[in-house]
Design a protein around this ligand. Structure first.
Ligand SMILES: CC(C)(O)[C@@H](O)C(=O)O
Ligand SMILES: [Mg+2]
Length: 557
């Protein structure tokens, strides 16, 4: 008995069959075939998704060829780059929840036997992964693929982060208008997800490591015909998985989550992956503690330094062997990852990647010559972040290990941005941006504009930034986010005052303000209760129900 028999078999389902015939997609002879949902995310304001209408047509063709009947539906999407720096960014993380809930709704209301997911950009990928884990219907993923890197007139490799940092450089007089315009016009040359190791590409690579996508998913560019091959192969696996009843939770195990973080460490993934992977684990019924991530960081070397941490693009990574070559390299380190895990191909992860070799050691380092012996992401704890905070250590100036500075406090991203722009933020400052967490923002906005402004002004090694909000994958410098508990739930970040001394110790993974527990308690007595900034509509509801970043920023039921 198939799931979809619920909507198509027996006398009582005659009305349902009438409607299915009316779609023009089903004939009586097809009723025994698996019904496959095609969860697409076509939307033409996101360059990473602009090509997905045609993409889904190929997917449907591939599903029919593999013996299934495809039914397409769409999710919404937010372009984080376009939503950056204004109210739009407050909708970005909440959009992940709408994507999960809407995919669950369509999949369960129509009893699909399997789902072919087509994600690409920031919240769409984790939203769909969460939906797969939640519905636990056999699933495969083929993402839209990365954008090709841009090239400036002087031949420099560019990505979206070059434009964001260009804003800071231009505004502070460090870049001419001509150079600035040249970057703006050349940074994003094709469709696809932005070309660095930003959030979209980080999640699409991670999906390969989870075992839910085929080799090449994370790094083959959107414009390549190879994506078509991935689609046809994935469709065959999906129909087989439906027949064999192989479900997402057979693949998304605790070991798979460990390994997803391991890949993040090896590639210096976006800090957002921490938020999303915790949320995916939750949906898969896995109790995963944030502190586990540091144990993984200790055993995984940093092998691939990609934009914004270098000038290397995802396309360069693909040409140097791709994500599978990195995974294969990790299998050569004893006990580093779990190569015996199941993948959608029916092969183990170890078997699947065994043929993939690093072809250019300038781009992907070997385990014996890594950029750093420890991973590119780190979880910091201390009296500012009792439940944890996240930093992309791989994108910090390597000469910095301990940073001590003076707090300069802002109650919103906008206030901080103004102070950075007018020069009030100076060397030795630790910029605190609070009330920007999931509840406080609401929506935990990404702060690419302030982090890029700091970099663009040449303050990347002399100013730190701490927030209960989050960052873009394109953010770099001493940028510490996801501070939990957040200010809106009374976290200690709410108690910091201008002039406090903040100490960030990267090797020991700690984050402290020079105040005793007693001093913090004294200040707490003065703390005013949090008043939500938005009280109605979707964001009002979200602010009420969302949990903090150490819980993946998921909504409580
Ligand atoms: C706009 C970006 C670069 O996609 C950002 O939103 C990220 O999270 O990496
Ligand atoms: Mg983003």
């Amino acid at each position: 008995m198939r799931r979809s028999d619920t909507i198509k078999m027996g006398v009582d389902r005659a009305p349902h069959r009438s409607l299915l015939y009316a779609t023009g997609k089903v004939k009586t002879k097809d009723l025994g075939k698996p019904f496959i949902g095609v969860c697409n995310s076509y939307i033409d304001i996101i360059p990473g998704h602009v090509h997905l209408r045609e993409f889904a047509e190929i997917v449907k063709e591939a599903i029919i060829e593999a013996g299934g009947i495809p039914f397409e539906f769409n999710t919404i999407g937010v372009d984080d780059g376009i939503a950056m720096g204004h109210i739009g960014m407050r909708y970005s993380l909440p959009s992940r929840e709408l994507i999960v809930d809407s995919a669950e709704t369509v999949i369960n209301a129509h009893w699909f036997d399997g789902v072919f997911y087509i994600p690409n950009c920031d919240k769409i990928t984790p939203g769909m992964l969460m939906a797969a884990a939640r519905t636990n219907v056999p699933s495969v993923f083929v993402s839209g693929g990365p954008m090709e890197a841009g090239t400036s007139s002087s031949g420099k490799q560019l990505s979206l982060s070059s434009v964001f940092e260009g804003v800071g450089a231009y505004k502070s007089g460090k870049m001419t208008e001509e150079e600035f315009k040249d970057i703006e016009n050349n940074a994003c040359p094709t469709c696809g997800s932005c070309s660095g190791m930003f959030t979209a590409n980080s999640m699409n690579c991670l999906m390969e490591m989870l075992g839910l996508a085929l080799p090449g998913n994370g790094s083959v560019v959107a414009t390549s015909d190879k994506r078509k091959e991935l689609i046809f192969e994935a469709a065959k696996h999906l129909v087989r998985m439906v027949e064999e009843d192989v479900k997402p939770r057979d693949i998304i195990t605790k070991e798979a989550i460990d390994d997803a973080f391991a890949l993040d460490m090896a590639m210096g993934g976006s800090t957002n992956t921490v938020l999303h992977t915790l949320a995916i684990a939750k949906e898969a019924g896995i109790d995963y503690n944030l502190s586990e991530i540091n144990k993984i960081a200790e055993r995984i070397p940093y092998l691939a330094k990609i934009m914004p941490a270098s000038d290397i693009s995802m396309d360069d990574i693909n040409k140097a062997g791709g994500v599978s070559a990195i995974i294969n390299e990790l299998t050569r380190i004893p006990e580093a990852i779990h190569p015996d895990r199941l993948t959608i191909t029916g092969k183990t992860m170890g078997e699947l990647v065994s043929e993939y070799k690093i072809t250019n050691n300038q781009v992907i380092r070997s385990k014996d010559n890594p950029y750093s012996p420890v991973g590119g992401l780190s979880i910091l704890y201390g009296n500012i972040a009792p439940e944890g905070a996240v930093i992309k250590v791989g994108a910090v100036d390597p000469t910095i290990s301990v940073f001590e500075g003076e707090a300069i406090v802002f109650e919103s991203q906008e206030q901080a941005q103004e102070a950075i722009d007018n020069g009030a933020v100076r060397e030795g400052h630790v910029v605190i941006i609070r009330y920007e967490g999931p509840k406080g923002g609401p929506g935990m906005p990404e702060m690419l504009a302030p982090t890029s402004a700091i970099m663009g002004r040449g303050l990347g090694s002399s100013v730190a930034l701490l927030t209960d909000g989050r960052f873009s994958g394109a953010s770099r410098g001493i940028s510490i986010g996801h501070i939990s508990p957040e200010a809106a739930e009374g976290g200690p970040i709410a108690l910091i005052e201008n002039g406090d001394t903040i100490k960030i110790d990267l090797p020991n993974r700690t984050l402290h303000v020079n105040l005793s527990d007693q001093q913090l308690e004294e200040r707490r007595k003065e703390l005013k209760p949090f008043e939500p900034k938005i009280k109605n509509g979707w964001l009002g509801r979200y602010s009420k129900l969302v949990t903090n970043a150490s819980n993946g920023g998921v909504m409580s039921i």
